[in-house]
Design a protein around this ligand. Sequence first.
Ligand code: NOJ
Length: 774
Amino acid sequence: MKTKIALCLAVVMGFLSLPVPARVNVSKPSHVNNSGFDRRVDDLLAQMTIEEKVGQLNQLFYFKQFMQPEMVEPGIREGKIGSLLFVTDPVIINRLQKVAVEKSRLKIPLLFGFDVIHGFHTIFPVPLAMASSWDPALVEQMQSIAASEARAVGIRWTFAPMVDIARDPRWGRIVEGAGEDPFLASRMAAAHVRGFQGADPSSPGRVLACMKHFAGYGAATGGRDYDSAFIADTELYNVYLPPFKAAVDAGVGSAMSAYMTLNDVPATGNAFLLRDVLRTEWGFKGFVVSDADAVGDLVTHGFAEDKADAAYRALTAGLDMEMSLPGQSPKGHAYATSLTKLVQEGRVSKEQLDAAVRRILEAKFKLGLFDNPYADESLVATIHNNPEHRRLARIAAQRSMVLLRNEGNILPLVKGDAKVSSMAVIGPLADSKRDMRGSWSLADDMQSAVSVLEGIRTKVGAAVKVEYAQGADIARAYPSIFDVFNKPRPAPWSETQKREEFDKAVSLARSSDVVVMVLGEHEEMSGENATQSTLDLPGRQLELLKAVSELGKPLVLVLINGRPLDISWAATHVPAILEAWHPGAEGGNAIADILYGDATPGGKLPVTWPRSAGQIPIYYAHNNTKEPEFAKDFKSRYFDFPSSPLYPFGYGLSYSTFKFSNLRVSKPELKPGESTEVLVDVENTGRRTGDEVAQLYIHQRYGGASRPVRELKGFERLTLAAGEKKTVRFTLGKAELIYWSAASKGWVQDPAVFDVWAGSDATAVLTTTFRVVK
Ligand code: NOJ
């Protein structure tokens, strides 16, 4: 209650804040010249007091809901704040920046950051959906638009991409990544980074990217967010770290340390991760920021003695900037409150402090902030309202949807079908704009998102009477940390209302020619702090689906969600299932495009889809047991349940059909370090143009370690006209054939026979072999 009152008061104070200037004059700080950054950084470092240095390492949240500029301006003027996050209003950004570059002693600009995860003003599909497109070029395009929209308001740094491998769909943040597979996730990681940063993050429309959460956050025990991760070195190097390495190789400018403990050592004070791996092994040159209050959490984790010890442990482990929540949070501001003294006492050396500050200043120089610190407010509306952005959002949503089932080719529906004059659109996600967007949509205009109901109505026009019934209501049992950013959801229905609405929906379905049910999750049911103990469809959605299905009407299920859900019943009873994820602002239109065949589905699952939560963790790249046939369900590893997933990794249907043939390797024998080409023909054997993703898997039969039964090592999304055939070419070389070995504690390439498969998912059958010889 107390916090609520404080929050309301703070909001009211916000309204009373002084008027801010509409435009700020651009003036360059005096020390700007065009020589290399090193000398400029040296110059600055030489002038800075310890306090000013510590200030550069201090990043604060700025929540518009209960803060106003006056609360941070004194700190900025005194050089005590180096970066702010969550300011999205260009007027406030410019106002605060003006204080930094005109009123602070050394005129060092602020770095403004924000979670630009899948769009800023224009919301794109959530990252898990992006990965389902298997189209890195598309991902790059989306993130370059997201970058330009954020940059327009003065945001120069995004806390993305999240490249955590996730193999437990109970973990809500699976929605923010690229799924279970290190190869696909690495390709996606690089695409996100290129999209955000371009060739140079200072160039117009670009921002600095931040790979997160370094490292192992996706392995949270039980899928419970923030819980400890225990990851053996082999798994760490072969599965969890590769996407981070790919981001580093793509030039990512910053990294965020994770919240949790990795093998008992908190990631934020983990010298093995932040120093040995990141800097020594990988040569990372950017800077590292903590997750929110994660430095103070070194105390919570029982690692550091107190806040000062936490600051010492984090800085000396390699953590440059501390992100803190506002106010007097007992965990926050460890650097701001302790570092100066630690340096004065000699516990932290001046060199250690300078190394961290240097990395922050370098980033600010590289971003061109010293030369060009302000946003041009006059351009914001034009950039945000560029119709190309919405056009791409629609294409991206179409390309990331996965068709899971289409019995009897019920889809696509036919426009102008004489047998259809009425349609029922049913479910708690059917008429929701908000849930089209997904987690981390915090700066867009929610009203501009297109719901499924709207999309379908626009598509069919007056020819079909489209009616809606919600049928079921869904809600989290416990509140979300994001509730503060949104209008509260309507109050839960009473028992009577529940019965009435349920019946209303069923009778609407009964009186309609076709039924589209839109089920799944609210946006706050996945994402941070959104672990689910089961994968059940929340609320009475399954009951509703069963009741409608019993009517025997043509039925299509559209899923709006951020994780695989338990749809085992639907998978055998509902003829058509389209996984749309949270498809973004153009979601409703894109879904209608797919349902009516104006776009053909071609997305593929970036995760193995379990039959139920009891199968978790389940992923395709597992090792063989002593009885490999178990894995194929000849016998089950469970005595009560199949061990195979509901849908394999890489799975997804099309409105067309494809055939893979003629798999061959250019070199059946190679020496370690050499490469071979793998070629396969893919033919569209159906009657319409469609997309297929050619996927290449390998298996090393024997060697210094047991290797996964299959590993993805290449993919390409193709568009083929009916009857068209193309040859796809992959290269397998050292990078694809080495692995990190526990035996030698390093990367090895074994001489061995390798199986190769090519096909449309992880169960591909077309196979050949090659051999690596000494
Ligand atoms: C906490 C989240 O874990 C992280 O992903 C995010 O970037 C920061 N907060 C900032 O919002």
